[in-house]
Design a protein around this ligand. Structure first.
Ligand SMILES: [Zn+2]
Length: 136
């Protein structure tokens, strides 16, 4: 009896699989969209790195992100490791893993969330640093 109940379910699942367009799952990872998304992330992380260094080195600022703080308090080396190693490289790696496991929407959405979050940090906090006194 259970087997008879499962037949329509199996039938439906195979029918749903046929509805999706073929090219949705058959794209190269470095297609135009991913190149644009990850280039935007690289540009935004670079802007974040330079504005963060400016606030920390010239305006006696503090890093409010506790995860980033352990890196950026070590100067440009830690800043580079955080901004380009973890934030750019980690984003590309996560996106690639989503692509390889068939999560093609997540592969684009996750780095776009990172771009938005970093843009908020750059324009909302780093470039509004006049409230802290500038070091001589
Ligand atoms: Zn993909």
């Amino acid at each position: 009896m259970r087997f008879l109940l499962m037949i329509p379910l199996l039938w439906c699942s195979s029918a749903l699989a046929q509805v999706q367009p073929l090219d949705f799952h058959n794209h190269k990872f470095w297609d135009k969209r991913n190149i644009a998304i990850h280039s935007a992330n690289f540009a935004m992380q670079t802007a974040d790195a330079f504005t963060t260094r400016h606030v920390l080195d010239r305006h006696n600022g503090i890093e409010r992100n506790p995860w980033a703080r352990q890196f950026v308090t070590r100067g440009w080396g830690g800043q580079a490791a955080y901004s380009w190693g973890l934030s750019v490289g980690g984003s590309v790696l996560t996106s690639y893993l989503m692509h390889r496991t068939g999560h093609h929407k997540l592969e684009r959405i996750l780095p776009m969330i990172e771009v938005g979050y970093t843009a908020g940090t750059v324009f909302g906090m780093n470039l509004r640093h006049r409230d802290t006194p500038q070091l001589p």
